[in-house]
Structures are given as structure tokens and as C-alpha cells.
Design a protein around this ligand. Structure first.
Ligand code: KE4
Length: 430
């Protein structure tokens, strides 16, 4: 496979951009080789600068649930461009998308738009701290909530992929207020609550984590967190940047019937444009400036072009909820197909699947938290990634990432993915 133009671009990029990329996990450091530079995308395909085509299973890390270059979203953006790109003043689309989010996401009575998932989570814990007057937060080991200082402690995703889940530059003063617990373990939360009585402002988690690979909540776990947080007056924050609008129109909180006090959103909400949001109960959100004393702001928040894309995306998902059944069938075909092939070939690897998210872990252990995810053979994953890539299937370049499927994956493409999986598994086990 000729990737000479990607190689040339990557060498050049490293003169001007740290590591040659604008987000670390894109650098392929965990899987070897140089990153592929993408020229364009359409439907289920990425096309690189050398003209190679890839069936893609990461969809920009989640946003492209309808596939790339969707005509409705493209036309909405083009139309909005004719009216100007940024005003720094309120617009009608911001009101429309806010109302739509309150209709779709059970916990959200009021919502503030920002420009990334990181901004959303940073802001949400600041508001929770301001609302409760307490300082500490609980996060789960291996969960990733963006690159805010309070979260770069035992963080997942690119932080663990690059080998620094605890980043230099995060002060002890910040780190001391972040308490850690393993996911899927209610006793650990009860212990932290006992040891930090009346000091914990918020508990933030990925309700269905994707940033250690996909892990599914044990029965009763989310309900247990809800009960503890209600009892202890701790703000329960579901970070649904990945799962929001993906697992159901109302995300994991709709799918599992557990309503947090606040929710953070991103990815799908922008239809591929830079958008994040945080929202929750009116009484909490009315603490946000200018309604309340907790300050948060943003020059491009609610940007009219991004709102045009996001509004079109969310309207599509709300008015056509049948796509979630389609996505579930696509997910089942791929995840069950992979498991069937692995068993036929005599490989006992763990596949976790939920809706349009799945992960193949190169371990035979059940993967229920970060410790079990880390039993995976990441070297073998790297070989698998490259074998799939060279056969035209583009995965997340890390064992510790969920894959994200789109409605653009036809049966023929699913058959091709499974064929390539079989060939790749045979190749890497020779
Ligand atoms: P952004 O700041 O990257 O928009 O969102 C941060 C974030 C917050 N919460 C969750 C649950 C997330 O998954 C993310 C970002 N996800 C990663 C993929 N694991 C983004 C990819 C990247 O870092 O380049």
C-alpha cells in the first residue's frame, strides 16, 4: 500500500506541530508506523492523500454516526455559511438546539454550549463545586474526560495509550481533590464517601466507558451510584460525550433509565463541528454566569455554523429513532461475527459490545474495568491494527478505545470487514 504522501506530510508536520498531530492518539504511537493523512471522507469511507480508501470504524471518534459527508448536514452548513460564520452574539439556532437537547436528554433542564468535550467536563465540575460548596470529585480509574487538569489522573484514552495517565503539569494542589475508584465497584465508592464525608462535590464517570475500550456497566451499578449520590448530596455527572445521542436519543441515561444531576455532551452533538455542552437540573445550571456566580464563557460557543450542523444532526436523530435499531443490528453483526470467527480459529479473545460501540480486547479475561482491560496484549493489538489497515479497514489506533459504527455500514461492507478480520487474525498469529 503506497502511503508516501502521508509519510512526507508527517515528516513535514513534525517541524511545526508537536508530534506532528493535533491530538496525541492520532500519531499511531501505540500501533507503530506513521499516521495516515486523510484527504476526504464519504459515507463509510476515508480516503487518504495517496488515494487509498478505508472502511472506517472510528467515525472521527464518534461524531459521524450517520457516516461522513451526510447531505442534510452538508447543505445546512453551506446555507449557514451564506449568513456569516461568527457573531459573538445570541442566535435563534442556539435556542432551538438547547430546547431540543432538553427534550432528548432526560437529565437536562438547562444547557450551556461550549466548543469541546473537555470544556464541557471542566465546566461541569466547576459548577458542581460552586453549587455544593465542596471541593473534591470522584473519577473512575481509566475513564477519560478530556484534558482538564482535574481529570488527568489515572486517565484513559490517549493518556494511557501514550503511557502517561498522570500528566506532568498537573499540580499536587489539583490532584489532591481528585479521588479515584475502580469502575463497576460500588464498595469502593462507599469507602471514598466514608473517608471524605461531606467533602465530595461531584462524582463524574463515563456511564458506559469507551476510553479503556468499551466496558458495560454491571447490573445495578449505575442505579447504585445514583442512590449513593442522592444520599450524600453529591452531584452525579454522566460524561456522555461518547454515549450521548449514540446509545439512544437520550444516551446511556435513557438506555439504562438512570438520571444523573448533570450531563456532559460532545462529538455527535456538533455533527462533526467543534461543539460540546453541559447541562442538568435548573437549580444547578442557574448557578452558571450570568444567571449565577460560577463563571464560564467562550468566544465561539454556540457558533452559528456549528449549531447548523448540530441542529440538523439532532433533529435527524430525534425524528428518525429507528436508526438506533439499525445501528444495533450493525453492531451485533460485526461483534458476533468477530466472536464467531475467533472461535472458529481457536482464539479466545474478549469482545464487548453495546449498540453501535464495540471493542475487541486481546485478552481472554472478561473486561469489566481498567485493570482487566490492561491484561490485553497491546503488541498483538498493534499488529492487528496494521493488518486491518493494510487490507483497507481503519480502526482506532489504540487497544484502549471503543470503535464507533455508522448507519453507512451496509451488509456488503460488514461482510468485507469480517473477511478482513479473519485474514488479519490468521496473519498475526502465524
Ligand atoms: P474533546 O475535548 O476531545 O472534544 O472531548 C473530551 C472527552 C470527554 N469525555 C469523553 C467520554 C471523551 O471520550 C472525550 C474525548 N474522546 C477522545 C477519544 N477517546 C477524543 C479523541 C482524541 O483525544 O483525539
Amino acid at each position: 500500500m503506497n502511503i508516501s504522501e502521508s509519510k512526507r506530510l508527517f515528516a513535514h508536520a513534525q517541524q511545526f506541530i508537536p508530534g506532528g498531530v493535533n491530538s496525541p492518539v492520532r500519531a499511531f504511537r501505540a500501533v507503530g508506523g506513521d499516521p495516515i493523512f486523510i484527504k476526504r471522507a464519504d459515507g463509510a469511507f476515508l480516503f487518504d492523500e495517496d488515494g487509498n480508501a478505508y472502511i472506517e470504524l472510528i467515525n472521527s471518534w464518534g461524531p459521524m454516526i450517520l457516516g461522513h459527508n451526510h447531505p442534510e448536514i452538508r447543505e445546512a452548513v453551506i446555507q449557514a455559511m451564506h449568513e456569516g460564520t461568527s457573531f459573538g452574539a445570541p442566535t435563534s439556532r442556539e435556542v432551538e438546539i438547547a430546547e431540543l437537547i432538553t427534550q432528548m436528554v432526560p437529565s437536562v433542564e438547562k444547557v450551556r454550549m461550549v466548543n469541546s468535550g473537555t470544556e464541557a467536563t471542566m465546566s461541569a465540575i466547576r459548577v458542581a463545586r460552586g453549587y455544593t460548596g465542596k471541593d473534591k470529585i470522584i473519577k473512575m480509574v481509566g475513564h477519560y474526560h478530556g484534558h482538564g487538569d482535574s481529570f488527568l489522573i489515572a486517565a484513559g484514552s490517549g493518556a494511557v495509550t501514550m503511557g502517561h495517565p498522570d500528566s506532568p503539569g498537573v499540580t499536587q494542589g489539583t490532584a489532591k481533590d481528585t479521588l479515584l475508584a475502580p469502575y463497576n465497584n460500588l464498595e469502593a465508592i462507599e469507602e471514598l464517601v466514608r473517608l471524605n464525608k461531606n467533602e465530595i462535590a461531584a462524582l463524574i464517570l463515563e456511564p458506559v466507558p469507551g476510553n479503556m475500550g468499551l466496558v458495560v456497566p454491571m447490573p445495578g451499578y449505575l442505579e447504585g451510584l445514583r442512590e449513593i449520590c442522592t444520599r450524600e448530596c453529591i452531584v452525579l455527572i454522566f460524561d456522555e460525550v461518547m454515549t450521548g445521542f449514540r446509545l439512544a436519543p437520550g444516551g446511556a441515561q435513557e438506555l439504562f433509565g438512570v438520571t444523573p444531576d448533570m450531563t456532559t455532551l460532545g462529538k455527535i452533538i456538533g455533527g462533526g463541528m467543534p461543539v460540546g455542552a453541559y447541562g442538568g437540573k435548573k437549580e444547578i445550571m442557574d448557578f452558571v454566569s450570568p444567571a449565577g456566580p460560577v463563571y464560564q464563557a467562550g468566544t465561539l460557543s454556540g457558533n452559528p455554523i456549528a449549531m447548523a450542523a448540530g441542529l440538523t444532526m439532532l433533529r435527524h436523530l430525534k425524528t428518525q429513532p429507528e436508526i438506533y435499531g439499525v445501528l444495533l443490528q450493525i453492531g451485533k453483526k460485526i461483534a458476533e461475527g468477530i466472536q464467531k470467527i475467533n472461535l472458529e480459529l481457536g482464539f479466545d479473545y474478549t469482545v464487548n459490545h453495546l449498540g453501535s460501540m464495540y471493542s475487541l480486547f486481546f485478552t481472554s479475561e472478561p473486561v469489566i474495568d481498567f485493570d482487566s482491560a490492561k491484561t490485553s496484549n497491546t503488541e498483538l493489538f498493534g499488529k492487528y491494527f496494521q493488518a486491518m489497515l493494510h487490507r483497507g479497514v481503519y480502526l482506532a489506533p489504540s487497544q484502549f478505545e471503543s470503535l464507533f459504527l455508522s448507519t453507512a455500514l451496509s451488509d456488503d461492507l460488514i461482510d468485507r470487514i469480517l473477511e478482513v478480520h479473519r485474514e488479519s487474525m490468521i496473519e498475526i498469529h502465524k
